[in-house]
Design a protein around this ligand. Sequence first.
Ligand SMILES: *[C@@H]1O[C@H](CO)[C@@H](O)[C@H](O)[C@H]1NC(C)=O
Length: 385
Amino acid sequence: MTVNGLLGRSVLTDGSRSNRRSLISLIVGLVVGFCLAEMFILSTPARHDYLPYAGHQHGDANDAHNSHDMLGAEGPEADIGAHQHAYENSSIALKMHSEVRVLCWIMTNPKNHKAKARHVKRTWGKRCNKLVFMSSEKDDELGSVALPVQEGRNNLWAKTKEAFKYIHAHHLDDADWFFKADDDTYAVMENMRYMLYPYSPETPIYFGCKFKPFVKQGYMSGGAGYVLSKEAVRRFVEIAIPNKDFCKQDNTGAEDAEIGKCLAKVDVIAGDSRDEHARGRFFPFVPEHHLIPSHTNKDFWYWRYIYYKTDEGLDCCSDRAISFHYVSPNQMYVLDYLIYHLRPYGIINTPESLPERLKVGETMPPPVEQTTAAIEAEKASEATA
Ligand SMILES: *[C@@H]1O[C@H](CO)[C@@H](O)[C@H](O)[C@H]1NC(C)=O
């Protein structure tokens, strides 16, 4: 709007020259002042930009600063690099790497090869003794297997059967244990080897996050991943899959519940993966979900499904946790950094000694339920001993 427009015709005709000049100065002053103030306000970010979970920046990845804004972000295009730590002693982990060999197979699909699967390969997947991506298309860069199956949620059960048949035919001698995970699962392989260490791979057993419906002995959540002994893979592929009384022959069904039913039929034990303090090690959600108590949602399906009583807060999760699910590609790199690099100066973690090896068919005794207070007391007495 111009100054003339603001003055209006009546002011111009009625007022004296000096009156008119002072009025113009006043209005120009007002307009300039208003514009300066506006410029100042616009150059200062609105206050809510500083608050977490503002949530208004979705879709603009360049301007995202909190984890909520980054949830849908694509992972990094290039490898983010690696470095060694001069003062770190990983001799025990190296020994375990050769003594407890784990093949990881990742359930993926052509759409996710670049978006998700390659980030598994660059982060935790490289710590598996062997890493195989199960898809319906071959991808030489990723190293995926084209299984003879259709894609889609309705074919996950068919894909799981084909994947284990493929592993049994081509890789049974490459490992002692066989871990199935999704392309949004994150796993700490050193902790998996520590949990598996006492067990014989000739024991028919599998471990994961145990759910209680559908199968009497429970079954393992698909998203948190589950690990089968070599003997469990043999029984599943050689005895269970070909028999319609043991395994559902159609393609459809919930992959995790179906394999749980088959494995129970051929006497594969649904193992107890909790640590000595009865804390879980395999988790179907991100760490935040398990760690932060939610007082509102007690009827969430998870609380009805979990097999063992589970605490919220810090008692949720073992210090030797193995897996989490729904981890975004970026978060895989963040977890890698937090778990394998970031260290509080001056705190040295001494690994507990390894348990005795068990005989074929034997399992570890279940943990004795302990309260936090009891654990604190035990720690205090250890410290003074
Ligand atoms: C690393 O740890 C192992 C096992 O505790 C020990 O035997 C070895 O001497 C350590 N090596 C170094 C270089 O400190």
